[in-house]
Structure formats: C-alpha cells, structure tokens
Design a protein around this ligand. Structure first.
Ligand SMILES: Cc1cc2nc3c(=O)[nH]c(=O)nc-3n(C[C@H](O)[C@H](O)[C@H](O)COP(=O)(O)OP(=O)(O)OC[C@H]3O[C@@H](n4cnc5c(N)ncnc54)[C@H](O)[C@@H]3O)c2cc1C
Length: 456
C-alpha cells in the first residue's frame, strides 16, 4: 500500500515525528510475539492535536491505524495492520497526581512503574502490576485490561479506570467517566480491553489506593506440579486472599534462575509457589497457607525476610518471560485461565502435554486468579514444529474452555487468538461485539483484522 503522507506532514505541529522512511525502524513492526506487520509510516505523536490531525487524515484516505504503546503485548495487538500508520503514544506521558482525591491523570504513554513510583511519593499506589510494568504503558494496559501479580487481591486495570479521553475513527474527541459527568452509557468501559480497535486513548484517569504494607514472602517447593496446583486451589477455596500467589513450574524457574544467576531455589523442585501474604493479619495467613502446603506434601517452605533476597525472588518471577524467550528460537506464550477449582486439572493437562510432546513446554502464572501462562518453545530444529505448535495451542485453548475458563486470562486476543473467539462466545454475543465495532469504526480503519475472526 503506497500512501502519500505529504499532506499530513504539512499539517502536523511536529512534522519530524512522522517517519515515512522505515529503514531501521523494524522495532515498530512487532510486539513480543512472533508476528510481524507491514506499516506504511510511523507517527511518534508529540501532542494530542497531532494525533487528531493524523486520525482525521487516515479517516479521509481510509488508511488503517495501529496504535502502540511500549510494544510489550503478547497477542499481536500492536503489530501493524497491512499498510497501517503506526501511532505511537509513548511521548504522551504527562502525569498529574491529585493525592487528596486519590486520582492520577495520565497520558497513555506513562509507564506503569512510573505511575506506581510517583503515587508512592504520596503514600498511594496503582495496584495493577503486569510483570512488564517497567516498560508497559498505561494506554497499553487499558487497551488490554492488563492484570498482574497483585490482581487477585486488588483487581485488574478495569477496576481502576475512572475516565478516558479518546479519539474515535473520524477524529472526534470522546470524553468518558471523570472527563465528562459520569452519566449515560459507560462508554469508557467499552474502550477498556478494546485493543486499539475502537479508539485511540489519549488521557486516562485512574483511582489510587493507600500503599499497602508488605506481607510475608513465602517460597514453597513441590516435587510435582499437580501438588502445587492443588495447594493453590485449597488456599483460594478456603477464602484466603494472599497479596500475591504465583505458580512457577520447575523448568520455567530454572530458565529464570539461570538468566540472572539467582541462588537458593531448589534445582530439583518440579514446581514452586511464590507468595506474599496480605499485609493485614500476616501471621494467621502464613500459618493457614503453611497448613495447605504441608497437607499437599511440599518439599520445603521458606519464609524470606531479607529484603534483598525477597527482591531477587520476585525478579526471578518477573524475568521468566524474557528468560524463556532468550533460550528459544521462537516462543509461543499462551495465557489461559480457569475457575480455581479447575486449576489442578489445567496444570495436570499441561504436564501431560509436556510429557508427550517433543517440544519444550513450561508454565507459570498468576495462579491465585486461575491464570496459567504456557510457553511452547521452538528450538527451531524440526521443520514439522510449526504444525505441532499449532496443534498444542489448539488443544490447550479448547481444554481451558472445556474447564469453564477463558482463552485469555490477561494478554488479550490480538492476532494470536482471534480465530478462537468463536469458541468462547456464542454467535449472538460475538455479533453484538462486531456491531459495536462497526458503529465506532464504520470504515474498519482502527487496528483492522484484530480481535475478531477474519470473515472470508
Ligand atoms: C515480560 C512480560 C511480562 C508480561 N506480564 C504481563 C502480566 O503480568 N499481565 C498482563 O496483563 N500482561 C503482561 N504482559 C503483556 C503486556 O505487557 C501487556 O498487555 C501490556 O498492557 C501492554 O502494554 P504496552 O504499552 O506494551 O502495549 P502494546 O503492546 O504497545 O499494545 C497493546 C495493545 O494496546 C493497544 N494500545 C496501546 N496503546 C493504546 C492507546 N493509547 N489507545 C488505544 N489502544 C492502545 C495496541 O493497539 C495493542 O492492541 C507481559 C509482557 C511481557 C513482555
């Protein structure tokens, strides 16, 4: 697709922010998945006005637009649609905190950790904390409804969005929630998890909460993944809500330990639970958790109190994605979630899949939410691998649905899972979503061919 961008360039306040020669700009062609796109240009927007000008230009010329934040997505959401103008919102990173009202007003380019660090200066926090929080942007978090390690206790992104401002497909600025008067349809709710298919988000107001204290950190190892998974189900079914409850299988842990050479994690463990109790009532919660770990035959349970050691353990968890990517030629990262009672069945299924497959498979996730990230690693030696990977992905996603779960716990649909949406939703519900898309974006220019099954 050849597009003449001269008219747009002329009308931008920052004309240099539009890149039409994409040599050396391949970083804008992909996210953290294996997908690659073919954009026609990239706009690294410096002002909201330039964004509006660009969207209006694309509307007039029917040019697709793919919005991107940090590009840490794991479902292909910001991979440019064919011939798209990539719109990067990373430079729209203004941040104002109103500590009295416990609200932060953020540009979409604000990095999640920056918001957390700034909020902490006022004794506040923004709880959603994807493991990518040092890079991911608020715009990407909202567009994916990102979860994270603390989400069992505190909720996910949608639970904190108070209002949004966004540009619709024809360049109109839409104000929702706090940016308006909180009446009428909750249009902002529609934009959360819309993956850049309904609007370009330009402002985000989020709720902050008082910064919680730290709970006790527990490292528990098991000689079988199923025992760890049963412990998770027991803890949550008992109504215990730890601050964080992460499951890591032995292979995923070994990858992350080797990545940063961390000591003190038992190499023989087949699975690990890494937990932080709630800061309130931590002694009682620790002893309740210990009871379930022992009942399920844990190998050992360690309560970590040295702050440096605690930080290095959480780094192990946060490094898993990058560590597994580093050892593989290609990594398919699936992200399913099931009701907590089914979590042991899901883990058993993945263990069996691993035993039977010649491919290297490992898994980890925000287990307290029933969420399991399954990595299928291609070492690139077998030409039949792609077919095998597709088959395994298909089996896994269908198993999650069969267990009453979802094909995406938190990473979104994007390109990776669009064909599976028809298994998750009945035709009428899917059709209603497609209708919403066509009302917001009648010419289908906002991130086309994402989220929904492609119609032939
Ligand atoms: C190491 C690692 C760990 C991760 N851990 C987690 C985790 O724990 N929990 C979790 O939920 N996810 C996790 N992710 C996935 C990813 O970080 C999240 O989906 C994150 O929200 C994406 O933010 P981003 O700024 O990188 O968005 P991008 O990848 O740039 O974009 C993601 C989607 O948002 C859309 N988008 C971006 N900005 C806007 C905007 N301003 N307006 C409209 N649409 C927009 C894009 O079009 C795309 O569809 C992880 C990823 C990595 C690499």
């Amino acid at each position: 697709m050849i597009v003449n961008y001269r008219e747009l360039q002329k009308n931008l306040r920052a004309p240099m922010s539009l890149l039409t020669d994409l040599t050396g700009q391949e970083g804008f062609f992909h996210d953290e998945t294996i997908y690659r796109g073919t954009p026609s240009a990239v706009l690294i927007a410096e002002t909201k006005d330039d964004l509006i000008t660009a969207v209006r230009f694309c509307h007039r010329h029917k040019i697709p637009i793919t919005t991107r934040g940090a590009g840490t997505g794991l479902s292909g959401g910001c991979v440019p649609s064919e011939g798209a103008l990539v719109v990067s919102t990373v430079k729209l990173n203004s941040l104002i905190i109103d500590p009295k009202r416990k609200i932060a007003f953020c540009g979409p380019g604000v990095i999640t950790k920056t918001l957390q660090d700034e909020a902490a200066r006022y004794g506040l926090t923004y709880p959603p904390d994807p493991a990518s929080y040092e890079e991911s942007t608020l715009g990407g978090n909202v567009a994916e409804n990102a979860g994270g390690l603390r989400c069992k206790r505190f909720g996910v992104t949608k639970d904190y969005v108070l209002g949004l401002e966004a540009i619709t497909a024809d360049g109109t600025l839409l104000k929702t929630g706090l940016y308006n008067d909180n009446r009428g349809f909750l249009l902002g709710d529609l934009l959360v998890a819309s993956e850049g298919t309904l609007a370009v988000i330009t402002e985000i107001a989020v709720r902050l909460i008082p910064l919680p204290g730290r709970g006790a950190t527990l490292l528990v190892t098991f000689d079988a993944p199923e025992k760890a998974a049963q412990t998770v189900a027991d803890i949550i079914s008992e109504g215990i809500i730890p601050g964080v409850l992460e499951y890591i299988d032995g292979d995923a842990a070994a990858c992350a330990v080797a990545y940063e050479k961390t000591e003190g994690i038992d190499e023989k463990a087949a699975a690990i639970l890494l937990m932080e109790t709630s800061d309130i009532d931590k002694e009682r919660q620790t002893s309740q958790i210990r009871r379930f770990c022992e009942k399920n035959g844990c190998l050992y349970l360690q309560i970590e109190s040295d702050p440096e050691r605690v930080d290095s353990l959480w780094r192990v968890r946060r490094n898993i994605s990058n560590a597994t990517k580093a050892i593989a030629k290609a990594k398919i990262s699936e992200d399913v979630a099931v009701p907590i009672s089914q979590f042991p069945h899901l883990v058993a299924f993945v263990s069996e899949m691993n035993r039977q497959s010649p491919l290297r498979i490992n898994s980890y996730g925000h287990a307290g939410d029933g969420n399991l990230h399954v990595n299928i690693l291609s070492l690139g030696t077998d030409p039949e691998e792609t077919a095998q990977i597709d088959k395994l992905v298909d089996l896994l996603l269908k198993k999650a649905l069969q267990l009453g779960g979802t094909i995406s716990g938190e990473h979104g649909i994007g390109l990776a899972k669009r064909e599976y949406l028809k298994y998750e939703f009945d035709p009428a519900t899917l059709e209603a979503m497609c209708s919403v898309k066509s009302i917001f974006d009648p010419n289908d220019i906002l991130n086309p061919k994402k989220m929904f099954p492609v119609k032939n």
